[in-house]
Design a binder for this molecule. Structure first.
Ligand SMILES: Nc1ncnc2c1ncn2[C@@H]1O[C@H](COP(=O)(O)OP(=O)(O)OP(=O)(O)O)[C@@H](O)[C@H]1O
Ligand SMILES: [Mg+2]
Length: 462
C-alpha cells in the first residue's frame, strides 16, 4: 500500500520539516547552552567578587584562610595572590593550568569589578575569573576563582540529552504526521487510479466520492463525468451501429428481392426494366449513405480537412441558388433570396455550399407545391447569419432536439420518395462547427421551419 507517490510526498515533507526543525533546534540549543555557560561564568565572577569584597573589609590572614577553607568545601577553587601575583592562600591544590592563568594576567589592566580570564571551556580544564581586592583605590591583591569545566560539560551534556530525546520525539511525530498527510492525499488518488483502470477495462460506471471541495475533489468529479460520458458514448455507439445495420438491411433486402425476381426470368421486359431501375436507385442511395458515413467518420477522427479561403458570400449564395432553383421551380415553389453583396467570409466554400444545399434540399422535400422558401443573409459586428425558412410541414416539437443526430429522421419509414439517409443535418452541423459557427432550428408543425446558420465574419476572423 505504501506506493511511490506517498513515498515521494512523504519523503519531501519529511526532509523539509527536518531541515526546519534542525535549524530551529540548533538556534534554540546554542542560545540555551550559551545562556547556561554565561550564567556559570557570571556566578563564578560574582563569587570571586564577594570574596574580594569581604577581603577589602578585612584584608588579614584570618579572613584569607577563612575564604580558602570555605572554597575547599565547594566545587570551586580559589587562589588569592598579592598585588604582584605571588600566591598567599589557595583552597585546593594548585595545578599548572592555574599557574598559567595567574602568570598570564595583566594585573594593571584589571577592572575593579573583576573579569572572566578563561572562558574556553571546551579546551581547558578550568574556567577562571579574577576579582581584584581594591583598598583605597589601590589593588592589594587578586582573588582568582577556578571552576572545573567538567561541570559546564555536564550541564551542556544534560541539555544535549534533553534535546536528543525531544528531537527523537519530534522526528517520530513528524513521521506519523507526514505518513497520515501523504496517505490523506494519496488515498483518493489511488482510488481514482483504480477507477480509471476500471474505465479502461470497459467498466464505464465508476463511483467516486466527490464531496471534497479541493482539487482532488474536482479531479474525482472530472473522472466521474468522464465515466458518464464514456457510458453515454458506448450507448450511442451501440444505438448507432444498430441504426446502421437497420439502414443497410432494408435496401439490401430490396436489392436481393428484386435481383431474385429478375433472375427467375418469368417477367416481362417492362417489369424487368422497372426492377433494374429500382435496384439502381437503391444502390445509389446506399452509395450515398456509405459516403456520408465515411465523411462523418473522418470528422470524428479529426481527419476532416477544411480549406478556408476568403469568399464573397453573395457569390457563393448566387451559385447555390442557381443550382437549386430549377428543382424548386419544377415543384412550383417560390424561392426568394436576399443577400447583401459586400459580405466577405473566410470559409471553405465547398463545404458551406454542401451545408446550404442540404438545408435547401430538406426544405424542398418537406414543402408542398405553391408554398414559399426564403434565404436571407445578414451580418452583425461578429457574425454572418444565414436563415433558410420554408412554409412546409414543420417538425414536431418532440423531434426537434434530435434532428441533428445521425440517422435521425422524423418520418421513420424509409420510403424511396421521402427517405434520405438522415445524415445530412448531422454532417451540416459538423461542418459548421468545424468553422467555429453554429446551426440552429426553429419549427412549428404545419407552419414551417427555419434553419439559422451563424458563421464568424471573414474580416474580423483573420
Ligand atoms: N425543412 C424541414 N422541414 C421538415 N422536416 C425537416 C426539414 N429539414 C429536416 N427535416 C427533418 O429532419 C430529418 C433529418 O434531416 P437530414 O437532412 O439530416 O436527413 P434527410 O434529409 O432525411 O437525409 P439526407 O439529408 O441524409 O439525405 C429529416 O428526415 C426530416 O424529417
Ligand atoms: Mg437532408
Amino acid at each position: 500500500m505504501f506506493n511511490k507517490l506517498s513515498l515521494k510526498i512523504g519523503f519531501l515533507f519529511f526532509i523539509f520539516i527536518l531541515i526546519i526543525e534542525t535549524f530551529l533546534y540548533f538556534v534554540l540549543y546554542t542560545n540555551l547552552a550559551n545562556e547556561q555557560i554565561e550564567e556559570v561564568m557570571d556566578n563564578l565572577l560574582a563569587r570571586g567578587n564577594t570574596h574580594s569584597a569581604v577581603l577589602e573589609e578585612n584584608f588579614n590572614q584570618t579572613t584569607l584562610e577563612h575564604v580558602a577553607i570555605m572554597e575547599s568545601e565547594s566545587d570551586f577553587a580559589v587562589v588569592i595572590t598579592d598585588v604582584s601575583g605571588d600566591v598567599i592562600v589557595h583552597s585546593d591544590p594548585i595545578e599548572q593550568e592555574m599557574i598559567d592563568v595567574i602568570a598570564h594576567t595583566d594585573y594593571k589592566q584589571m577592572p575593579d569589578e573583576g573579569k572572566v580570564l578563561e572562558e574556553r571551556w571546551p579546551e581547558k580544564k578550568y574556567i577562571a575569573t579574577d576579582s581584584p581586592i581594591t583598598i583605597n583605590e589601590e589593588h592589594q591583591g587578586h582573588v582568582f576563582m577556578f571552576a572545573d569545566t567538567n561541570n559546564i560539560r555536564r550541564i551542556v551534556d544534560h541539555l544535549s540529552d534533553q534535546f536528543i530525546v525531544v528531537g527523537l520525539i519530534t522526528i517520530i511525530l513528524t513521521i506519523i504526521t507526514v505518513f497520515i498527510l501523504s496517505r490523506l492525499i494519496t488515498k483518493p488518488l489511488l482510488k481514482m487510479k483504480e477507477a480509471t483502470e476500471q474505465l479502461s477495462k470497459g467498466r464505464h460506471k465508476v463511483e467516486l466520492h466527490t464531496d471534497r471541495r479541493d482539487e482532488l475533489g474536482e479531479l474525482a468529479a472530472s473522472i466521474t463525468t468522464l465515466s458518464d460520458d464514456l457510458e453515454r458514448l458506448k450507448n450511442e455507439r451501440n444505438e448507432f451501429l444498430a441504426s446502421i445495420s437497420h439502414e443497410l438491411r432494408t435496401p439490401l433486402t430490396y436489392l436481393k428481392g428484386y435481383a431474385d425476381i429478375i433472375s427467375r426470368g418469368d417477367i416481362s421486359g417492362n417489369e424487368r426494366n422497372e426492377y433494374i431501375e429500382i435496384i439502381r436507385e437503391e444502390t445509389e442511395q446506399l452509395v450515398v449513405l456509405v459516403k456520408n458515413l465515411f465523411e462523418l467518420a473522418k470528422m470524428d477522427q479529426n481527419r476532416f480537412i477544411i480549406n478556408k479561403e476568403n469568399v464573397v458570400f453573395g457569390n457563393l449564395i448566387h451559385t447555390i441558388t442557381e443550382r437549386i432553383r430549377p428543382a424548386l421551380e419544377e415543384k412550383n415553389i417560390t424561392f426568394s433570396v436576399r443577400c447583401p453583396s459586400h459580405i466577405n467570409a473566410h470559409i471553405d466554400p465547398e463545404r458551406i455550399q454542401q451545408v446550404l444545399l442540404n438545408i435547401l434540399d430538406n426544405a424542398k422535400k418537406h414543402t408542398s407545391q405553391g408554398k414559399r422558401i426564403s434565404l436571407e443573409v445578414s451580418q452583425n459586428k461578429r457574425d454572418i447569419i444565414t436563415m433558410i425558412s420554408d412554409e412546409g410541414e414543420g417538425i414536431p416539437e418532440e423531434d426537434l432536439p434530435y434532428i441533428f443526430e445521425r440517422l435521425y429522421r422524423v418520418e421513420k419509414s424509409r420510403s424511396r420518395l421521402s427517405g434520405g439517409t438522415g445524415l445530412g443535418l448531422a454532417i451540416a452541423k459538423e461542418i459548421v462547427e468545424f468553422h467555429g459557427g453554429t446551426i440552429k432550428v426553429r419549427s412549428k408543425l404545419g407552419e414551417g421551419t427555419s434553419f439559422i446558420m451563424t458563421l464568424q465574419r471573414g474580416d474580423s476572423h483573420e
